[in-house]
Design a protein around this ligand. Sequence first.
Ligand code: NAD
Ligand code: TYD
Length: 337
Amino acid sequence: MKKVLVTGGAGFIGGNFVQYMVNKYPEYQIYNLDLLTYAADLTKHKNIEEKENYHFEKADIADREVMMRLFDKEKFDFVAHFAAESHVDRSITEPGIFVQTNVLGTQVLLDAAKEYKVSKFVHVSTDEVYGELDFDPTTFFTEETPLQPNSPYSASKASSDLLVRAYHETFGMPMNITRCSNNYGPYHFPEKLIPLTISRVLNNEKVPVYGDGKNIRDWLHVLDHCSAIDLVMHEGVNGEVYNVGGHNERTNLEVVQTIIKTLDKSEDLIEFVTDRLGHDKRYAIDPTKLEQLGWKPTYTFETGIAQTINWYLENQWWWEQIISGEYQQYFNKQYKL
Ligand code: NAD
Ligand code: TYD
């Protein structure tokens, strides 16, 4: 039996990971710790609430006293650290909370993990810490690419990566850092490009595309990210960084066009809007190191986006409750569409 702490397990990727682990490892105890910010939602875990190997704790990772007490009580074997402020646009308007949660929160967790001797701390990071690539399709981010974050979000994630590394070098903390490309899939909060586009197209509303729409992202289905974290948690070589990605590069315009076409709607819904400040041109992952550990994605972009669009069609109740609330104020302030 292993005890696994999943931070941010009420969010998009952490939430998918909690479901994945609870079902795959009935002999493990899975603890979901989440502050329940605007990005969280617990209704997604209704199906596992009663399971004996699932536990939920509402708490702030930056609350040192609470973290120390929890680690003392539970003596976790593994930590999978997802909790974070995760949206680049919000980091441009409100950077402070990104430092508070992503940097200071991670440092508090590291102290607790060190004090109570966890056997593996998996820090879930992002390819955005590497900065941007140009449009030359033969260049990729490897684990050796220098960290050159451009947004307050990616700068806060890079800072947390460096702290995790330092706790390994200084205190011998057993850890891995994973740096994944853009995820998509079920329960993705509709502030991000793919769920925002699906929900707006379904409602026949304009879809805001920043700049000329030619920026490139490398898309990975969230379940392929979950299997990567699972593998790294169990098999990752102590102290190593692993990039996660499936070679699914698309321009933003291609992504939006694919969704519009699948839903049989008109491209007149596309509205080119003022570009994001400091908008990274291109992300693209070289996943060779993780593949050598035995990881293989199961979705192509085509199969993954079709599955995801279907999910949003079948689970309209989930995203409609989100976009009708506080989200609407955020959207109006952000876009003025
Ligand atoms: P998300 O915004 O959907 O979820 C984040 C979760 O963390 C929320 O449930 C929120 O309530 C919780 N949280 C925030 N502050 C907290 C705090 N102080 N204490 C406890 N919980 C707190 O994010 P996501 O898209 O699921 O991303 C999860 C992780 O994966 C992040 O660390 C992100 O940097 C990383 N990542 C994301 C992507 C992506 O495409 N979304 C890609 C690579 C890496
Ligand atoms: P996003 O989903 O916010 O992820 P990230 O910024 O972490 O890559 O954005 C993905 C891409 O889509 C990015 O290049 C910005 C662009 N984008 C738009 O064009 N319009 C939008 O409304 C949003 C949210 C993003």
